[in-house]
Design a binder for this molecule. Structure first.
Ligand code: UD1
Ligand code: UDP
Length: 375
């Protein structure tokens, strides 16, 4: 490894910023030279800038400005932009996060350029290849040199896909590090007042393509959400993806407040004070688990089953959502295991940083990338 090696983090979408912040902070504390490449997959101030401010992330060294498009167009722009910047910056290691298109593109570019990579949040599987994220997860984990898992089931999934155990590190969940770091600032009262909400309310976030990309799915979902709003007032910080279609499906009403996406601290403050959360977000399933807020996930599956076994999460169909909401509001949060997932303790970032820093010093943590067969 050369003197003063360089680590680059490739970030593009809202959840990436939340997962990267603790890793960037911990590497900084170890004195590692690093920089952020922002791909520009998310670009609205409320989908990007506000997270850099709330999470204390440093300014990116480059913003590729790829923006939106079909999967092919967006991924192609990401590949071209990332190849250029990786060649220019000559990193010793590129760190990618989660399952978004920016992650997929970065891992492909680095694999072809022979640049080493680490994947944070490796090994999550919904086993639903109809989700673009699942495709991104499988490809990313097949190509990454070092894999950081957030929950134990990831280890067996990665093993069954032929990933050598020596490449995989169970480190806990950096998204939960960010949550713990923000916890002292999470106060529902000012947000509730600003949005004109009553004391008891529910929060809904919905952006999965399967829920919002067709008129039929959006209508079925909106009808179910309106039904819930007759039980409890709802606030919906609406992701830009579904905004127009959810509005066209009639997401409005005396007890439904549709607002722009919220900043990280405002959103989690609102979640902390909520009686119920309805979501299809990956990260929100994890955050409600730690905050002990009942969560109904409107999806047929989850890549985060630990939020069901060790958390407050339940999967529901739109048809079952109103009855499930009634039950959740009556029962409150219940967690089957009675304890949080292992290592969701706010120390995942430092664990990741420790492994990366040892790797940069030459510890042989990624033998398979040097051409060995999986053991
Ligand atoms: C992406 C991720 C998804 C993740 C989500 C987090 C992929 C394949 N999907 O989905 O896994 O859960 O981010 O929020 O990478 N748009 C704006 N402003 C923005 C960003 C997006 O208006 O700043 C709108 C555009 O109309 C765009 C649409 O949202 O076409 C979708 O954006 P995109 O980044 O392609 O996918 P997401 O649905 O955000
Ligand atoms: N989030 C936010 N404001 C919002 C909605 C979500 O700050 O209006 C945060 C949320 O707390 C979590 C992250 O965004 O930390 C999750 O992102 P998203 O739901 O967009 O993506 P996913 O996790 O589904 O990939």
């Amino acid at each position: 490894m050369r003197e003063n090696p360089l680590v680059l983090h490739v970030l593009g979408a809202r959840p990436n910023f939340v997962k990267a912040a603790p890793v960037v902070r911990a590497l900084g504390e170890l004195g590692v030279r690093q920089g952020i490449i922002h791909t520009g997959q998310h670009y609205d101030a409320l989908m990007s800038d506000v997270f850099f401010a709330d999470l204390g992330l440093p300014e990116p060294v480059a913003n590729l400005g790829v923006g939106s498009g079909t999967h092919a167009k967006q991924t192609a722009a990401l590949l071209v932009g990332l190849e250029e910047v990786v060649q220019e910056q000559e990193p010793d290691l590129v760190v990618v996060y989660g399952d978004v298109n920016s992650t997929l593109a970065a891992i492909l570019v680095c694999a072809k350029l022979g640049v080493k990579t680490a994947h944070v949040e490796a090994g999550l599987r919904s086993f639903d290849r109809g989700m673009p994220e699942e495709v991104n997860r499988v490809v990313t984990d097949a190509l990454a040199d070092v894999l950081f898992a957030t929950s134990p089931e990831a280890l067996s999934y990665l093993a069954s896909e032929g990933v050598p155990a020596s490449k995989v590190h169970l480190v806990g969940n950096p998204m939960i590090d960010s949550l713990y770091a923000a916890l002292p600032s999470l106060d529902p009262a000012p947000v509730v007042e600003r949005l004109g909400l009553p004391e008891r309310y529910a929060v809904a976030t919905l952006h999965r393509p399967a829920n919002v990309d067709t008129v039929e799915a959006a209508k079925e979902l909106v009808d179910a959400v309106l039904d819930v709003s007759r039980q409890i007032p709802l606030v919906v910080p609406v992701h830009p993806r579904g905004k127009a279609r959810l509005a066209a499906a009639g997401l409005d009403g005396p007890s439904v407040k549709v607002v722009d996406p919220l900043g990280y601290v405002d959103f989690l403050s609102l979640v902390r004070g909520a009686a119920l959360v309805i979501t299809d977000s990956g990260g929100v399933q994890e955050e409600t688990t730690v905050l002990g807020v009942p969560c109904l996930t409107v999806r047929p599956n989850t890549e985060r089953p630990i939020t069901i076994t060790h958390g407050t999460n339940r999967l529901v169909t739109p048809a079952l959502l109103p009855a499930a909401a009634e039950k959740a509001l009556a029962d409150g949060a219940s967690t089957p295991a009675g304890e949080l997932p292992v290592l969701w303790d706010g120390q995942a970032g430092p664990r990741v940083a420790k492994v990366i820093s040892a790797w940069l010093k030459g510890d042989n943590l990624a033998p398979a990338s040097q051409g060995k067969r999986p053991e």
